[in-house]
Design a protein around this ligand. Sequence first.
Ligand code: ASP
Length: 299
Amino acid sequence: MNFALAVHGGAGLSRAGSLSPERQASCRAALEEALRTGARTLASGGSAVDAVEAAVIILEDSPLFNAGHGAVLNADGDAELDAGIMDGRQRTAGGVAGLRRTRNPIQAARAAMEHSPHVLLSGAGADAFASERGLAQVDPAWFVIDERKAQLANLLAGTPDDGSDAYGTVGAVARDLEGHLAAATSTGGTAGKRYGRIGDSPIIGAGTWAWDSTCAVSCTGDGEAFIRSHLAGRVSDWIEMSGLSLREAAHRAIHHDLTGGKGGLIAVGKAGPAVMPYNTAGMFRGRIDMRGEPEVSIW
Ligand code: ASP
């Protein structure tokens, strides 16, 4: 069995060339590092869940993406973080929403999956749970970077955004050497969101989904549209119920099923490479398998 791994760093760039060459290079380097980290885990026999968690942690810790350190800010100027993870073996899943203190939200989602009877935890209760599980807690200011403060100020002032950092959520999907699938997604949500808003990333079947029988999916884009379209689950449903290939199912989900918003997804199936469709101008994305070097693209 060939392992496969893909990562994304968000969709939604307004146009090719809207990022400086330096910024592009830094984003590519971070995506490559995430791919290499996840691939090392898979090559040494690690599980798909271990690989997607490891890859997402790299991107959460990078200030370049809208997750963990460097997340977008809500209308009050605070970072509120959502994350979801799913293990395709038994379709176990965990999600956390509105975290303010847990350094790596994807670890909290995994802890919810593996060490609680619940699927979705939110707010102070989710941070308290993560803390009880021994996960690193930080001052909320740790997540906030100047670039995001400026983005929020522009948004509140009604200054048009060039769209270069409209989304920026991160995610990973993997198939391990035993053929098991997993998906993980982590985000600060949407810039200027109302306090308490929850996006699609921690909602199983909306922004995150994995099932060994079909595929693993991580989405990025307008969360409300992904929730209403049950988008990640649609990819799986098309494969299960209509016999579509992974490529056909992912394409149909993004280009036909996603209504009232834009975005993209990454997905892996039982065999073959990952697919990465999007309907925005660009999506930070990359994939790797046993044979090759990381392949990273933006547009
Ligand atoms: N889907 C995320 C959300 O709505 C945003 C993103 O993908 O950047 O919370």
